[in-house]
Ligand binder design. Structure first.
Ligand code: CAA
Length: 261
């Protein structure tokens, strides 16, 4: 499939999933959803992608799902489509590598939900986030009612979901919706710098951490600890665990060079 609006750009171990539909403020149409899934699959599969930045360019992250397209859809159209819609965002969430969203401008509705699928979010000083679906008479359908309360707590999430109000970067930082606020010109480079640290890290350890945290958060503590036990034992099967511990014994902490095996 040739992608028109979403592409994966790879440099120095970092893959950037770039949304590029500027005429519609990067609105996430059905085509964009399908292209996001393809980009996520490629970022997952490629060994030269060790961490991922999701970026919508310098002006806007994404103003949500494509309202013009959605307005023509019936209940049964949406019944048929909603799994693929959620699946596009889930595909980003399930990339088994560190993923950061770099948010310039608006991240609204499905755009905010896409940012929520990343492990963390860096925002420009001019970033505006929110879940304004209720103002359209609908609700978030790409994970917003689930990932937002898990991230910022149910009360704050309901305040945003009920009102549909926009949240500026400073408030987003205060409520934990974003993790770092930087000048607009620096968001992407800061996100790439964060991701680049993992280009030489132990990828199967990172993967085991991500799966333990994400799966564990869906479970009770005892089940989460069981998930951790399994992943903890499994990383002892990697060459990187041999290298990492041997390097510590011989040279001290943080000096290992990992092969990613
Ligand atoms: N879908 C389709 N087109 C959109 C869009 C969207 N989500 N957001 C913006 N656009 C289009 C506008 O229609 C406009 O197109 P035209 O030039 O053809 O008229 C163009 O982008 C520029 O938009 P504005 O003129 O509105 O620009 P602005 O700077 O005045 O406002 C904005 C920007 C605040 C982002 C405003 O466009 C806006 O509120 N957009 C909609 C936000 C929204 O409701 N998002 C939720 C969508 S529903 C959803 O995402 C469901 C889900 O959970 C999966």
């Amino acid at each position: 499939m040739t992608s028109e609006f979403v592409r994966l750009e790879v440099a120095d171990g970092v893959g950037t999933i770039r949304l590029d539909r500027p005429k519609a403020m990067n609105a996430i149409s059905i085509q964009v959803q399908d292209e996001l899934r393809v980009a996520a699959a490629e970022a997952t599969a490629r060994a030269d992608v060790r961490a991922v930045v999701v970026w919508g360019g310098e002006k806007v992250f994404a103003a949500g799902n494509d309202v013009k397209e959605m307005s023509t859809m019936s209940y049964t159209d949406m019944v048929d489509r909603v799994e693929a819609l959620q699946g596009a965002v889930n595909a980003i969430a399930r990339i088994p590598k560190p993923v950061v969203a770099a948010v310039n401008g608006y991240a609204l509705g499905g755009g905010c939900e896409l940012a929520l699928a990343a492990d963390l979010r860096f925002a420009a000083e001019n970033a505006v986030l929110g879940q304004p679906e209720v103002l359209l008479g609908i609700i978030p359908g790409a994970g917003g009612t689930q990932r937002l309360p898990r991230l910022i707590g149910p009360s704050r999430a309901k305040d945003l979901l009920y009102s549909g109000r926009f949240v500026k970067a400073e408030e987003a930082l205060a409520i934990g919706l974003v993790d770092r606020v930087v000048p607009a010109a620096d968001v992407y480079t800061e996100a790439v710098a964060w991701a680049a640290r993992f280009a030489t890290a132990a990828p199967y350890a990172l993967r085991a951490i991500k799966e333990s945290v994400d799966r564990g958060l869906e479970a009770d503590l005892e089940t989460g600890l069981q998930i951790e036990r399994q992943h903890f034992s499994s990383v002892f099967a990697t060459e990187d665990s041999r290298t990492g511990m041997q390097s510590f014994i011989e040279n001290g902490p943080g000096k290992a060079t990992f092969e990613g095996r």
